[in-house]
Design a protein around this ligand. Structure first.
Ligand code: ASP
Length: 596
């Protein structure tokens, strides 16, 4: 090695030892006759002192050192003189007095300081990612990611799972997104697709008798990138045979519980993870990925609302819509201006409006007077009605009730956003808490109004819930429940999975409902259907996303911060400059011509 120690590891116990260090110049300070350099490697920083009286030649060279130059330094570790210690640096009680310095490489002036507080624009950071990754927080994220993946590998290996690689060049494997295609040179007009996930492959491995499979799998989905998505991302993909839903959920809970304790012991988690059915989650929180760090439960008050003279409510209810809301604790004293801000927020997210009832006044609902109950946003209700509303919703004097009206889907979405908004405003979420929960019994299908067809809520391989198979022949496919489940955490979906169909007839029926012709079914799924006829065991699995999990553990909101070389929001790689045109001869080899 070109070094005998890591910069950041030197301590008082090393005083008087001679060391060879190698790394990057973080900063150089000229203190009239003495030069100080902070030398950085991946372990951290150490201060190096160049004294012309002790080593004139090293001092001379040190005068020319610039940030990000790579140097090797030989010197002796010394205790820092009193009053010059830096308690903020782990190496702050010592320094290295340089005898020799050798410049191993120079550096151009970097486009931004390699510093946590450089505030550099993200596009610039991505363009010079190799410099950005020199920042300690980025290195910490990479190491955290390594620790997460290592824990997962060890955990599953101990439980007799086998890690198996599956191909990247494959055929279309629908998970609801567009495929990335790779043209075949040898078979003009034919294409490979990059896997959206190894779904069919892992199911085929179950037919093969593997019983317990996992893979740290790269998945590719050509989606219009919504906030914080990547066209390629990483999942822990796992599948088991001879299991039921509860087995997968238990394994997942055990994995996450052990993982967090091992890699992020400072985070708090609550076990057992609560389990909510999809219907409960929507009823109570308006979302299938509720933030469970706080409660703020919702109540459907359509019936009460329908009794009023308030046209918005009565018209909504009589046309099949709902009136629903939640109690904002302690917000009864919000002034009108603050309520107006909430209404503006509601309109921004697409809601028609926001009605509210503020309850000031006495300590119990029964003692309230007209003055205590402040109705607003067009609400003019008798006191008695407001008290019934408050007691149905569990509101107390001092609270505010926030209500929205409209079609169920919209109301749930808006209220869910408002719930998150209020929790931020009221500081309800404990930043240190990871509130995991399972959402189960998703609908098997959801109606796609634009395409005028049924889509799978999860994917087409998901089994209907027990006792729901006969509903596949019924009129309302929206009522069919499935054996799909999600793991959610702090308002994000971290994993999805399901117990699968393992029988050809049932699988064909589902494809038929989804609108696939016989030919399409055969072309896309023929291999799986055929395999099901050769003794497919009951099986199921789950696929936890790695990027989002590491981002949560790293305390960052962007998954780009935990991916070494991520793409931008628009799918560009700013470092390599992809996507990029290719040479004419490459296109020709592939029998491709670019139109337009
Ligand atoms: N393949 C699924 C997905 O990527 C996960 C699963 O069902 O295991 O969402």
């Amino acid at each position: 090695m070109l070094k005998s120690a890591d910069c950041g590891s030197l301590r008082e116990a090393d005083v008087d030892t001679h060391q060879v260090l190698a790394g990057w110049i973080d900063r150089r300070r000229d203190h009239g006759g003495i030069i100080f350099v902070d030398l950085r490697d991946r372990s951290g920083l150490v201060q190096v002192v160049f004294n012309p009286a002790l080593s004139p030649s090293a001092y001379k060279l040190a005068e020319g050192l610039r940030p990000e130059w790579v140097v090797q330094i030989k010197g002796q570790v010394q205790r820092r003189p009193p009053d010059t210690e830096n308690p903020l640096m782990p190496t702050g009680t010592i320094e290295v007095v340089a005898d020799e310095v050798e410049v191993q490489n120079q550096s151009l002036t970097p486009p931004f300081y390699i510093d946590e507080n450089s505030g550099a624009d993200e596009a610039l950071r991505l363009r010079y990612r190799y410099l950005d990754l020199r920042r300690p927080s980025m290195l910490r994220n990479l190491r955290l990611r390594h620790n997460v993946v290592k824990y997962i590998r060890d955990f599953l290996s101990e439980r007799d799972f086998i890690e198996i690689e599956t191909p990247i060049l494959i055929k279309s494997t629908p998970e609801g997104a567009r495929d990335f295609l790779v043209p075949s040179r040898r078979q003009p007009g034919n294409f490979y697709a990059l896997p959206q996930s190894p779904q069919q492959l892992k199911q085929l491995l179950m037919v093969s008798g593997v019983e317990r499979y996992f893979q740290i799998a790269r998945c590719f989905r050509d989606e219009d990138m919504r906030a914080d998505r990547q066209p390629e991302f990483t999942q822990l993909d796992l599948e088991m045979s001879f299991v039921q839903e509860a087995d997968i959920l238990e394994l997942t809970e055990e994995l996450y519980t052990g993982l967090i304790a091992s890699v992020s012991p400072g985070k708090r988690i609550l076990t057992p993870f609560p389990r909510l059915s999809y219907d409960e989650a929507i009823d109570r929180y308006g979302s299938d990925k509720p933030d469970l760090r706080f409660d703020l439960p919702m109540t459907d008050v359509s019936e009460l609302a329908g009794e009023t003279e308030f046209r918005v409510f009565t018209a909504t209810v009589s046309s099949g819509g709902i009136v629903k809301g939640f109690v904002a604790p302690g917000c009864g004293s919000f002034p009108q201006s603050e309520m107006r801000q909430l209404e503006d927020y509601a309109k921004e997210i697409g809601a028609a409006g926001l009605a509210h009832v503020r309850i000031r006044g006495s300590s119990e609902l029964n003692g309230l007077t007209d003055e205590d109950v402040v109705l607003s946003s067009g609400l003019r209700m008798p006191l008695e009605w407001s008290i019934r509303l408050a007691s149905k919703m569990g509101a107390k004097p001092g609270d505010a009730i926030l209500l929205m009206a409209g079609k169920a889907n919209g109301v749930n979405q808006w209220l869910s956003a408002l719930r998150t908004h209020m929790s931020e405003r009221l500081g309800l979420a404990d930043e240190n808490l990871l509130a995991f929960g399972f959402v189960t019994e998703f609908p098997l299908f959801e109606w796609n109004g634009d395409g005028n067809r049924w889509d799978s809520s999860h994917h087409p391989f998901t089994a209907p819930a027990d006792g729901n198979e006969h509903l596949l022949d019924g009129p309302d496919l929206g009522n069919v429940k499935s054996k799909a489940y999600d793991l959610v955490c702090n308002g994000s979906e971290l994993a999805s999975g399901s117990i699968r169909i393992h029988n050809r007839g049932l699988q064909e029926k589902v494809f038929q409902i989804l609108g696939y012709s016989r030919e399409e079914t055969e072309a896309r799924f023929g291999q799986l259907l055929e395999a099901f006829e050769y003794g497919a065991p009951p099986h199921g699995g789950i696929a936890p996303g790695i990027d989002r999990l590491v981002a949560i553990l790293a305390g960052t909101t962007s998954i780009r911060d935990v991916i070494a070389f991520p793409k931008t929001q628009s799918g560009n790689d700013l470092l390599f400059g992809s996507p990029a045109p290719v040479d004419q001869h490459q296109l020709k080899d592939l029998s491709l011509r670019i139109e337009g």
